[in-house]
Ligand binder design. Structure first.
Ligand SMILES: NC(=O)c1ccc[n+]([C@@H]2O[C@H](COP(=O)([O-])OP(=O)(O)OC[C@H]3O[C@@H](n4cnc5c(N)ncnc54)[C@H](O)[C@@H]3O)[C@@H](O)[C@H]2O)c1
Length: 85
């Protein structure tokens, strides 16, 4: 179990990929609130990535943002929207 302040949300980038999907599974099991960013690029079949996240879409503590991490405006919106007051 990773010790983390309860009020903290975790942003996972590349969440739909191999490492990100396993990391998010673990964080959700620990009860963490997780925000995920992925652009579902076509480096390999994006459908595999969509399958990786399907089971989490209904989780209360999980929110997916489909965007490119290089998009500064999108990142700004993510932090504004998901940061706790
Ligand atoms: N065993 C398996 O089934 C399997 C499957 C996939 C990968 N792997 C291995 O896992 C390792 C890599 O895993 P990984 O998780 O680092 O890679 P990955 O390619 O699986 O995941 C990276 C994720 O980042 C996203 N991404 C890439 N650029 C982005 C950007 N600019 N903005 C937002 N999102 C972006 C991609 O869409 C992808 O979902 C490699 O060694 C690979 O061979 C194994």
């Amino acid at each position: 179990m990773i010790e983390r302040p309860l009020e903290m949300k975790v942003l996972v980038t590349g969440r739909a990929g191999f490492i990100g999907s396993h990391l998010v599974e673990r964080l959700l099991k620990e009860g963490q609130e997780v925000r995920c960013l992925d652009n579902f690029n076509d480096y390999y079949n994006p459908e595999l990535k969509r399958n990786n996240i399907r089971s989490f879409l209904s989780e209360r503590n999980f929110k997916l943002v489909e965007a490119d991490i290089l998009d500064k405006d999108a990142l700004k919106r993510i932090f504004e929207k998901h940061e706790k007051p």
